[in-house]
Design a protein around this ligand. Sequence first.
Ligand code: SAM
Length: 242
Amino acid sequence: MIIDSKNIEEAKLIELANPKNKEILEIGCGSGRQAFLLAPFCTKYVATDTNNDVIKSNKSKITKKLSKKLEFSVANGEKLPYSSNSFDTVLMTLCLHEIPIQKQGIVLQEIHRVLKNKGQLLIIDPTEPPDQVQSAFNVVYDNFQFFDHSTVVKHSMWAIKKAISNNLFKINKLSTYKLDWKFDNLKEFVDFIIDCSKDINWDKNKRQFLEKELIKIAKIKNINNSVIIYDGLTVNNLIKIK
Ligand SMILES: C[S@@+](CC[C@H](N)C(=O)[O-])C[C@H]1O[C@@H](n2cnc3c(N)ncnc32)[C@H](O)[C@@H]1O
């Protein structure tokens, strides 16, 4: 399985963050995909996550060349261990909507604190209504986990609007882009989605139901052909107001 087979993410992130001479903080870096793409182009890149395991694994992948500017650290967006006014840019990709609804405002206030005056906040979250990638995950959320993902995404949009109306940030630009996800065939696609939700007891019926829904979402005509689905992302490009 390949995410972003046409390699557009790096150019997109560079266009959005304009990283030259910047000190960037990332919150919720996960496997570090964006950190490894952007760090070579900026002065300093601090990538954080609450998950100790991903941070440990990312640290082990830092090359000697990047070791002076790229740092991975365990930190919670609700209470960032950094001084006020210390970063030019804060990046959050697919993270704000994962933070409990009642904590999102606190995280946005913390980001405002650590950003320099007129600093940039880039929040990248799934589009709403969802594109194909999110729709594939929603089959599992809606039918087996009884979790309304669209509601949490809408709430994170609301939390951003609230931070804007509270004069923490103003909008520089709102935009969207798409990344492709490519699988060798339907089986690889189904196995991937199942692998992402190990808490479910995947019996034959559930697997067949998932398979039928994924065929519809990806508009699959031949189950042996490669499958390409698109991940629509919304970019909230914001500027800190003093
Ligand atoms: C869906 S992953 C996205 C990872 C990566 N940014 C990407 O786009 O592939 C969300 C990440 O946010 C992290 N996270 C959730 N709540 C957080 C918080 N309060 N502070 C920092 N990271 C958090 C999770 O541990 C997870 O790694």
